[in-house]
Write a protein that binds this ligand. Structure first.
Ligand code: SF4
Length: 155
């Protein structure tokens, strides 16, 4: 699995300063995708050691969010577990284009999960019509907090 670049973002995960890692080789292929360069298998390998470097270089972050990675969901889960163990003060998020994670029996390696492909006519998370959802993970329960985006972005 490879990543193309990273950004520090403030709105993708509410109340967090997030290191967003843009992962390539996206298999979802949403119509109207705003990041088609991520369809290609390009970038640098995303491993435990490259993740450590990214986290340690970006002091002040409170969260790490995997943007994509649907090509290898087990690997995302494994890397999230590594962050949980090595950097327990950080929150962990995953922006996936899948409708649902049927492969996971539990979500303990994540604090936030965004699900759903991008559908242009419905818009992204900031659109009240969106099909996408952002969940806060609470043990085995996923709490839908998508409406937080409408409050933040439509003030
Ligand atoms: S999941 Fe994201 S990167 Fe992948 S096709 Fe959809 S919008 Fe593009």
């Amino acid at each position: 699995m490879k990543y193309v670049d990273t950004r520090i973002v403030f709105a993708e995960v509410p109340d967090e300063v997030t290191l967003a890692i843009n992962i390539s080789n996206c298999p979802i292929r949403c119509e109207g995708c705003h990041s088609q360069h991520l369809w290609k298998d390009i970038g640098e390998p995303l491993t435990e050691s490259s993740l450590n470097l990214l986290i340690e270089k970006n002091t002040g972050i409170t969260c790490v969010c995997f943007m994509g990675g649907d090509i290898e969901p087990d690997e995302i889960n494994r890397l999230a577990g590594h962050i949980r163990q090595s950097y327990p003060h950080l929150k962990i998020g995953w922006y996936s284009g899948q409708e649902w994670f049927s492969i996971f029996a539990e979500y303990k390696n994540f604090d936030y999960l965004k699900l759903g492909p991008y559908i242009k006519k419905l818009g992204g998370l900031t659109s009240p019509k969106t099909n996408q959802r952002l969940y806060k993970v609470d043990g085995y329960v996923l709490r839908n907090i998508t409406s937080r985006f409408w409050k933040i972005c439509n003030k």
